[in-house]
Design a protein around this ligand. Structure first.
Ligand SMILES: Nc1ncnc2c1ncn2[C@@H]1O[C@H](COP(=O)(O)OP(=O)(O)O)[C@@H](O)[C@H]1O
Ligand SMILES: [Mg+2]
Length: 310
């Protein structure tokens, strides 16, 4: 009697197993896993309630279709303006255009020390199939190997939260059909030949639609003036709207008016715009950041941060 074989399968493989069980003969062969390298899809998804940004998405799409080799698109804007979210949403929309996958890394440009590019090179090379033991220790060599590896592939490289052009130069593909999507709080003017998409506040209509996803259509219909006021108090900044909307989500019986009342005292506004790991105050602490006067007044930042910070 041959030894009993027990295999658990699920998903799409069940049909395959049924076919094998009813086949008259089967051939067994060894799969060379190196040839069946998983296609990297590293970009996290955007939230399901992603709203607006149609012009910006169209511009990124245009850049990616422009026919130039290795287009680089830099999404820049204030903290909380939705740069990372737009990059994630666009990357998902572009999935078919980059059949060899997507690489994603957070470069932590908002921290006091930028992430070391050598670490990201290792991450990317391993994701593209380079065995750990063959990732060059020398960063220049690793950078050259990345360019070689990408030369004949169509990969979208997403570099989130970039601190400086210098930080990412070693991570850019050479001439190829790949493309790069960058997000940064800084201008990225030093990235030669890049397309620039500057993110402003959400237009009022989109800000209301975004708030509506969280507050619910009943409350939005019952309190249209309060909803507009809440959007104004948030400076139409997506991060502030996300937090204020989250407060409404957490209190299904509460009114938009009561949230407006809580946010109206300027000295309490930033303290109120905080929820779990999201907070408006923290992202505005760095001195190099700039707010518009309208946003500063709306968010009450002047009361909390020294004027010189702006
Ligand atoms: N267009 C959008 N639609 C829905 N939510 C958004 C949008 N843009 C940003 N957000 C939300 O706002 C918050 C801040 O966005 P994020 O992309 O992290 O900003 P940034 O990268 O510019 O600091 C997140 O909670 C995100 O979900
Ligand atoms: Mg970000």
């Amino acid at each position: 009697m041959p030894p009993a074989l027990s295999v658990t399968v699920n998903g799409g493989y069940v049909d395959t197993l049924v076919s094998i069980a009813s086949a008259r003969s089967i051939s067994l062969f060894q799969v060379n896993w190196a040839e069946h390298q998983m296609i990297p899809r590293q970009t996290p998804s955007a939230p399901a309630d992603f709203t607006g940004r149609t012009d910006e998405i169209a511009r990124i799409d245009e850049a990616m279709a422009a026919g130039t080799t290795t287009p680089v698109v830099a999404i820049t804007g204030r903290p909380g303006s939705g740069k990372t979210t737009l990059a994630k949403q666009t990357a998902a929309l572009l999935t078919d255009r980059f059949p060899d996958g997507q690489l994603y890394a957070n470069l932590y440009g908002d921290r006091s020390r930028d992430r070391d590019h050598a670490e990201v090179l290792g991450l990317f090379l391993r994701a593209l199939g380079t065995p750990d033991s063959q990732v060059p220790a020398d960063p220049d060599e690793a950078s050259a190997l990345l360019r070689t590896t990408l030369a004949h592939r169509r990969v979208l490289v997403v570099l989130d939260n970039v601190g400086s052009a210098r930080q990412i130069r070693p991570l850019l593909p050479g001439p190829s059909s790949s493309a790069v999507l960058i997000t940064s709080r800084r201008s990225m003017a030093a990235v030669e030949g890049a397309w620039h998409v500057r993110l402003g506040n959400l237009p009022e209509r989109d800000a209301l639609a975004f708030l509506g996803h969280m507050a619910g259509s009943r409350r939005m219909a019952e309190e249209p003036d309060e909803a507009r006021e809440l959007v104004r108090l948030c400076g139409r900044l997506p991060l502030a709207l996300r937090i204020a909307g989250g407060q409404l989500l957490a209190k299904p019986q509460g009114t938009i008016g009561s949230e407006v009342a809580l946010l109206t005292p300027v000295h309490r506004r930033l303290a109120r715009l905080r929820n779990d790991d999201l907070e408006v105050a923290g992202v505005f602490e760095s001195a190099f950041l700039r707010l518009t006067t309208e946003q500063r007044q709306a968010l009450g930042c002047g009361a909390v941060l020294p004027v010189e910070s702006f």
